[in-house]
Design a protein around this ligand. Structure first.
Ligand SMILES: Nc1ncnc2c1ncn2[C@@H]1O[C@H](COP(=O)(O)OP(=O)(O)OP(=O)(O)O)[C@@H](O)[C@H]1O
Ligand SMILES: [Mg+2]
Length: 239
């Protein structure tokens, strides 16, 4: 579904933050992206969304990412950015959620039904007509996730989906993500969430892949995690 082939990227000449990266996500796979602050997780996601342009080749659903295919690829990939402030384009939660479904061909009635169902599923109906710029940080995050679900994409990128959420909403998001059948790439320091939601984990270190394997194996490797400023998930450190 998604493939990186020898991708490199530098924000400043000579300072590569993504280094000759190659990997492949199969259809329907659920992959956690972990690594220390500054390892390159958000940069990798922005490259895949065409928000940044680097060396090498990225393909999604067999389509090579370039200027003229960007719109087509964006339509297949829903995303929740690390800072959800940067991704709401419409004034209210409802308008924002309606935007993609209507743009991609649903009738207003169909889109409205979809949006209301997603709001109910995430227990967000009370936020429906609120202004995005007046939401709390966690509410914004929930609204951003809701907008992605309403879009029904083929793949979903989530950058720190649970950061800033209270424990109740964090659980709700974990349950929701587990129930999603789309291909998923989730960057997070919440390794318990990654363990709950992902079958495979890619560990980034200074823009390179330091490990790529079954979630239980990578997340159980204390030495590897500690070398990368991470710790065993709570649920594994007790056993
Ligand atoms: N706009 C920018 N200009 C220059 N350097 C940047 C920019 N954004 C990120 N970087 C640098 O690129 C590297 C990778 O950053 P990135 O945001 O991808 O890390 P991350 O793995 O998402 O970290 P975090 O866990 O803190 O979210 C870091 O060294 C960071 O300082
Ligand atoms: Mg980041």
């Amino acid at each position: 579904m998604i493939e990186f082939s020898h991708v490199s990227f530098a924000y400043e000449p000579g300072k590569e933050v993504i280094r000759d990266l190659s990997f492949r996500l199969e259809d329907g796979e659920s992959v956690g992206l972990i690594g220390a602050n500054g390892a390159g997780k958000s940069t990798l996601m922005k490259l895949l969304l065409g928000l940044l342009r680097g060396e090498g080749e990225i393909t999604a659903d067999g389509i090579r990412l370039e200027k003229k295919t960007l719109a087509e690829i964006r339509r297949k990939i829903g995303f929740v950015l690390q800072n959800s402030d940067n991704q709401m384009f419409m004034p209210t939660v409802y308008d924002d959620m309606m935007f993609a479904p209507m743009n991609y061909g649903m009738t207003r009635e169909e889109a409205e039904k979809k949006v209301d169902a997603v709001l109910a599923r995430l227990e967000l109906t009370a936020l429906r007509d609120r202004y995005n710029h007046k939401l709390s940080g966690g509410e914004k995050k929930m609204a951003a996730i809701a907008a992605v679900l309403a879009m029904e994409p083929e793949a979903v990128l989530m950058d720190e989906p649970t950061s800033g959420l209270d424990p109740y909403n964090r659980r709700l998001i974990i349950r929701t993500v587990r129930g999603m059948r789309e291909t998923k790439l989730i960057a997070s320091h919440d390794l318990d969430m990654i363990l709950d939601c992902c079958s495979r984990v890619i560990l980034l270190s200074e823009g390179r892949i330091a490990a790529d394997g079954r979630a239980e194996d990578v997340l159980r490797d204390r030495a590897l995690l500690e070398a990368n400023h991470l710790e065993l998930p709570l649920s594994l450190s007790r056993s």
